[in-house]
Design a protein around this ligand. Structure first.
Ligand SMILES: Nc1ncnc2c1ncn2[C@@H]1O[C@H](COP(=O)(O)OP(=O)(O)O)[C@@H](O)[C@H]1O
Ligand SMILES: [Mg+2]
Length: 358
């Protein structure tokens, strides 16, 4: 990195400043920051609060200083501040993690946060300072883009099914009639008409499979299980590979949006296994654990290229994003002796998972 001559001047000036003047300069920088910057003591009480924090969280400095920072914590993340403070006590910094906090008016904020220990003059850790960037609008926009993509897929799927699908159905009927009349007259063209019928049937099967992939039916809690089963079957037919789906215990998901996210993750992982791994065998599985659900896509392809898979790939990022939207995680790993596995873990609580009566 080359040094920027324009920044050298203020840095020199800052070095010349000492004691109270330096503190005043730093306080000005904190006050004029676009990001919320606040401090808290080890017991969690807020000790400083800049202007951006007032704007982002809706609490004035007078209102919140001295109060517990737990007021910012959404009820579905009760442990987060305690865990953060444990790390701070050990002297660790926590950088750029994404999380959710509450505004004074109850709105949820998406934030990118960095938290570091504050030490006193003797080097003892006495609290934590937090820098929080408001990324609510970016996250909402990303979610909206995903939704728009989903709506587009659903529309394409319906058009394929109702438009092309119906047209092929009509053509098949006509060709059958033609074949019958040709064979009645014992004309050799009847054979061509028969071939035509079977070609149209194959095209109909492909159209239906594509339409189902675009518009999976998720209107019942067992929708994801059925859609993945169906997806494995169509993958076998369309790509002529061995593709299976295993689900030992029923996994019922009430939240349709969540089921669609999981289905899209499976689709992308299978597509990567076929395209990049040239896999001839892919196994999908869905397992219910005590508190979470695991979706796994395991292939016996070429495995991951060394040193690391294409970091610009959008597919993997979107898969991870979908998992994060469900409060879960997603990893891609190579397996020995060959192949790759995508593992997605999602807390059951976020899926409105229906507990099956066995
Ligand atoms: N199952 C797999 N087998 C081999 N390589 C894979 C597999 N899944 C992903 N990869 C690697 O990870 C990269 C990133 O995947 P992805 O984000 O979907 O991007 P894209 O498919 O657009 O390249 C791929 O380019 C490939 O190198
Ligand atoms: Mg991909």
């Amino acid at each position: 990195m080359t040094s920027d001559p324009s920044s050298a001047q203020p840095r020199k000036a800052a070095r010349r400043l000492r004691g109270p003047s330096l503190r005043a300069l730093l306080a000005d920088i904190v006050e004029s920051s676009e990001d919320a910057i606040f401090g808290r003591s080890l017991d969690g009480a807020v000790s400083s609060w800049n202007r951006a924090a007032e704007r982002i969280f809706g609490y004035s400095a007078e209102e919140i200083i001295g109060r517990s920072s737990h007021v910012l914590l959404p009820p579905d993340r009760p442990e987060e501040i305690r865990r953060l403070m444990e790390r701070i006590r050990r002297g660790a910094r926590v950088e750029h993690f994404e999380t959710v906090r509450l505004r004074k008016d109850g709105e949820r904020l998406a934030l990118s946060m960095s938290v570091s220990p504050i030490r006193n003059a003797r080097g003892r850790i006495v609290g934590a300072s937090t820098i929080a960037r408001d990324i609510t609008r970016e996250r909402a926009l990303e979610a909206r883009l995903l939704e728009a993509g989903e709506e587009e897929r659903q529309r394409l799927g319906r058009d394929l099914h109702d438009g092309l699908g119906q047209q092929l159905g009509g053509m098949e009927l006509l060709c059958r009639t033609l074949r019958r009349s040709l064979s009645k007259r014992s004309l050799p063209e009847a054979r061509t008409a028969r071939l035509l019928v079977s070609q149209i049937q194959a095209a109909t099967r492909q159209t239906r499979a594509l339409a189902r992939g675009l518009t999976p039916v998720m209107d019942r809690p067992n929708g994801l299980m059925l859609a993945l089963e169906d997806f494995a079957t169509t993958t076998r037919i369309l790509f002529r590979i061995n593709c299976t789906f295993h689900c030992e215990e029923p996994v019922l998901i009430a939240d349709r949006g969540a089921a669609i996210h999981l289905f899209r993750i499976a689709q992308e992982a299978v597509s990567n296994a076929i395209r990049h791994g040239r896999a001839r065998r892919v196994d999908l599985s869905l397992r219910r654990k005590v508190k979470h659900l695991t979706l796994e896509i395991r292939d016996r392809g070429r495995g991951l290229a060394a040193p690391a898979p294409n970091p610009t790939g959008l597919g993997l990022r979107i898969m991870k994003y979908r998992a994060a939207m469900l409060g879960g995680t997603l990893h891609l790993a190579g397996i020995s002796p060959r192949g790759a596995v995508v593992t997605c873990n999602v807390p059951l609580a976020r899926l409105n998972a229906v507990v099956p009566r066995l």
